[in-house]
Ligand binder design. Structure first.
Ligand code: TRP
Length: 331
């Protein structure tokens, strides 16, 4: 079975945009591929979070992904810092990566601009750590957004270069996996395009029904259709996108017809959206609550995942050491 790997940065909470844009697809993929999903807590050190902050955000993100339907018996779910094998692989990739290549990565340049007082080596070598994340499992597919394409290019370069230097065909070149049409782009609630750009335009998976209703009712609208069968302006199209995501086809058609014959009442439309969004979010929210209040279970799941991930990484590392000319026996 082909391997899929994705790293999740432990920042913030999951919102509907994450859910429909990626997590729902992960949940499907765990039945079709050998999946590795990990929480990238080492990567988060580039911004120096506090210990309490790290602990809390790792627990949160794990609970939220589980609540969405990732299953530890299907996919390998682990915390990056539990797999120390990654670090040795990271070192080997750093030895074969040029300073100039790393300095040219746009995410590095952006982050360096954002935190000019803390342009640390970890920030510079973010792509080689990411390459180690991926290549330690010799993964074939990595679901990534546009912003990660350059990092993926670096990961392929690490794979190719290792193979070339040692004249082996050890690492497969990991490919970007695009959800493309299967994933839905969830709009923001404030007309600013994508959900997730700011707090104000997000519905979080932990949001209570009352919060969801309030947020939806506040969504921007206009003065209504000026002529029958006119094109929908973006903010109205956004509301219809929500219907597409969470409501039945009948509901969508009902409001679409009302738009077309200019009888639409936005209050009614928003109420419908709010109710249907609540129906989607409520069961997830309940499961988030259950998982978050069960430290023992979270602990057990991450330990189980770490064991599987370490086994896979250790096998890669053993062979790498042998190829490089070191003693392959680690223990
Ligand atoms: N760089 C990714 C991000 O910013 C997170 C990440 C770290 C990752 N390691 C990875 C993603 C390995 C895919 C594969 O979102």
């Amino acid at each position: 079975m082909e391997k899929v790997l994705s790293g999740i940065r432990p920042t913030g909470h999951l919102h509907l945009g994450n859910y429909f844009g990626a997590v729902k697809s992960f949940v499907k993929m765990q039945n079709e591929y050998d999946c590795y999903f990990f929480i990238a807590d080492w990567h988060s050190l580039t911004t120096c979070p506090s210990p309490e902050n790290i602990r809390q955000s790792v627990r949160t993100i794990l609970a939220e992904y589980l609540a969405c339907g990732l299953e530890p018996d299907k996919a390998t779910l682990y915390v990056q810092s539990d797999v120390r094998e990654t670090l040795e692989i990271y070192l080997y990739f750093n030895m074969n990566t040029y300073l100039g290549e790393l300095e040219r990565v746009t995410t590095f340049k952006e982050k360096a601009r954002k935190q000019p007082d803390n342009v640390n080596a970890g920030l510079l070598t973010y792509p080689t750590l990411m390459a180690a994340d991926i290549l330690q499992h010799r993964a074939h597919w990595v679901p990534v957004g546009k912003d990660q394409e350059q990092n993926m290019e670096m990961a392929r370069k690490c794979a190719r270069r290792f193979n070339n230097i040692y004249k082996v065909e050890f690492f497969p070149e990991p490919q970007n996996f695009y959800f493309s049409d299967k994933a839905l782009k969830v709009p923001g609630l404030d007309g600013s395009g994508k959900m997730g750009k700011s707090d104000g335009n997000c519905i979080y998976l932990y949001d209570e029904d009352s919060v969801i209703r309030k947020k939806v009712m506040k969504a921007l609208t206009d003065n209504g259709p000026q002529a029958p069968n006119s094109e929908k302006p973006e903010i109205i199209q956004n509301l219809f996108t929500f219907l597409q995501i969470c409501s039945s086809k009948e509901t969508y058609d009902y409001f679409d017809e009302q738009w077309n014959n200019c009888t639409i009442r936005y209050g009614e439309l928003k109420k419908q959206i709010a109710e249907d969004l609540c129906k989607t979010v409520a069961p997830i929210r309940e499961r988030i609550r259950e998982f978050s209040s069960n430290d023992e279970l979270l602990e057990k799941i991450s330990r189980q995942g770490a064991e599987k991930a370490r086994e896979s990484a250790a096998a890669t590392l053993r062979e790498m050491r042998q190829i490089i000319g070191f003693n392959p026996e680690l223990r």
